[in-house]
Design a binder for this molecule. Structure first.
Ligand code: TXA
Ligand code: MG
Length: 337
């Protein structure tokens, strides 16, 4: 199949692809998504095939505003609307009880469904015009880092999807925060652009799922099925080094091999002369680090490196999402100084 590269103004062409059961790359504020009509089981199956995604990993539904929640969810708690008022459109996915109209293939048979209203006017317009919810996982091939530009998504999906709508680089850079509202207290399943601290302001107590901070043992089931997979991983093994930035930079310099690559903060680039280096932003700027972490991980697949060392961001605010993605890319291979 030939994949069309559409510009952001091609809302009609994008909506037509969704309406006829096709696959469309969609920009969002977090990462690019691989979208299809979320009410059409065959279209949804095609998403799993294009990504090579395990069937037991459910998809989330994208909607243009909170009024669509009732179409697909039931027993919606008041807190869902409080969160929607504060954070939508934006990088927050809510897990809610689903209505029977949502096909089993979307939810992998679960009785809940993830709902998200992305902060991207073009994509909301496409969904509104197609008048169906758009099921969309991140637009990477299963296991690879999520794409934050149309070019990165085409690396994985060229020839496998009908078209991609190019909305430029993603403003947030890591996937949405996932909060499960079907349990008490609400549970953070995946950290993202809406921070734990912000959720606590609205919800009070929030539980943090174990899978956010550590590797699941074989057989252990995280609440978000996707969190159990090795993920975001470049081909070379990654070691994350946690601690004060000048300490971690010194530690890496002392141990790196001839063909080691490095992911570091801008200030430390000079420490690693002669090595492939990907900078992710200043040590103190976590939002900038979020925008660059996936591109940094992807970049090493085009470089000849034996292994990769990474300076760990701190885990406050959106840093919790950045460290979660980096730690997963490293298979939780972490050195703490
Ligand atoms: O920012 C995002 O959320 C992006 C953009 C495209 O919107 N989408 C995204 O989708 O990251 P995906 O499929 O790559 O990640 C969704 C995660 C998976 O880990 C999946 O297991 C989990 O959400 N999930 C989906 N439905 C769920 C449910 N009903 N209960 C628990 N976890 C669920
Ligand atoms: Mg994903």
């Amino acid at each position: 199949m030939e994949t069309k590269h559409l510009i952001a103004a091609d809302v009609k062409a994008g909506a037509a692809i969704i309406a006829k059961g096709g696959l469309l790359g969609i920009p969002t504020e977090t990462v690019y998504g691989l979208g299809a009509n979320g009410l059409d089981p065959n279209a949804v199956k095609a998403i799993f095939e294009a990504k090579g995604r395990p069937q037991d990993n459910p998809l989330i539904l994208h909607i243009p505003d909170e009024s669509w929640l009732e179409r697909y969810c039931e027993d919606i708690p008041a807190t869902a609307y409080e969160l929607a008022d504060r954070f939508w459109p934006g990088p927050l996915t809510m897990i809610l009880p689903r209505k029977p109209i949502v096909p089993d293939v979307v939810t992998a048979g679960l009785d809940t469904v993830g709902m998200r209203c992305p902060d991207c006017a073009v994509t909301r317009a496409v969904i509104g015009l197609a008048d169906v919810p758009v099921a969309a996982p991140s637009g990477n091939a299963s296991g690879r880092p999520s794409p934050t530009t149309a070019e990165a998504m085409l690396e994985d999906m060229d020839g496998k999807i009908d078209a991609i709508l190019d909305g430029g680089p993603c403003a947030v850079g890591v996937e949405s925060t996932i909060i499960d509202l079907t349990v008490t207290p609400p549970r953070l399943l995946r950290p993202g652009g809406v921070t734990l601290e912000e959720l606590e302001e609205v919800l009070g107590e929030v539980a943090v799922d174990e899978a956010v901070r550590r590797l699941m043992a074989p057989g252990e089931q995280p609440k978000a099925p996707g969190m159990k997979y090795r993920h975001y991983a470049p081909k070379a093994p990654v070691t994350v080094v946690k601690g004060e930035p000048d300490m971690t930079a010194g530690y890496i310099v002392a141990r790196m091999g001839e063909k080691s690559g490095v992911i570091c903060f801008d200030e430390f680039k000079g420490y690693f002369k002669g090595h492939p280096v990907e900078t992710i932003g200043p040590a103190a700027d976590q939002a900038e680090q979020a925008r660059h972490i996936f591109e940094a991980l992807r970049a090493f697949d085009h470089l000849d490196v034996s292994d990769i060392w990474a300076q760990s961001p701190s885990d406050e605010g959106i840093g919790l999402a950045v460290t979660n993605r980096l730690n997963k890319a490293a298979g939780f291979h972490i050195v703490e100084l």
